[in-house]
Ligand binder design. Sequence first.
Ligand code: PXL
Length: 267
Amino acid sequence: MKPKRILTMQDLSCVGQCSLTVALPILSRFGIETCVLPTAVLSNHTQFRSWSYHDLTDEINDIFAHWEDSGILFDGFLLGYLGKKSLMSLAVECFDRFGMPDSPKIIDPVFADNGKLYSGFDMEYVKSMTELIARADIIDPNISEACFLTNTPYTSDYDKELAEELAHKLSRLTNADIVITGVEFDGKIGELIFSKGKQEYVMLPKIPAAYHGTGDIFSSVMTACYLGGKSLNESCLTAGKFVADCMRATPADHFYGVCFETCLNKR
Ligand code: PXL
């Protein structure tokens, strides 16, 4: 069977085990033909002390022209860290020009964690993201992003009730299936999935550690499984297990990402 062809649009951080350097190997590993639209080249991701940033917006219009000339279309889209508001309108243009009517648009909003916006983001960016997710088929914000998107105060001490309230509020912004990631309670961690008015948790035992880049790994595996025909719940479960395996494979002093490479040969 011909593999599905996805376009993933996010930054290329040269060092840091995140964004494209994660999405490309993982989507490919799970049998998806993976095309990339790099939005910017960074020396490393923004959790390091400093970084260079070269924006590729101008290049994107040229890229689109050549894709159109060659009649290129995609079976699905995965958006991760975009970094600039102007890239969101290019993303919408990309869906319209290079998607097919049933090509799923999966949007990981990627702008906050632990109640704080990542460096370089502001509430204007968040507001544009609330508009962009209206175009999605699946969104997978973490709790912090869900709070920002719905104007809800963040607390690290949240409960199921808050997670469910966030899902309901998000469902007023988008018809997409909603996957709230990194939901923790009773020593477990997982996702709250809110789809077609129904909610379900997919939980696994929590590994007592925190690493950067796990969100990007989660969305890559979830997307690959979903495009490969699994249900959203199964896709989240596989993604959660994969992230847990990656975390177990990562030494505690590895500060900038997880060692997912050692897990690529496991199903
Ligand atoms: O993993 C999320 C991410 C992706 N890309 C860049 C980042 C971050 C998180 O900080 O800085 C450039």
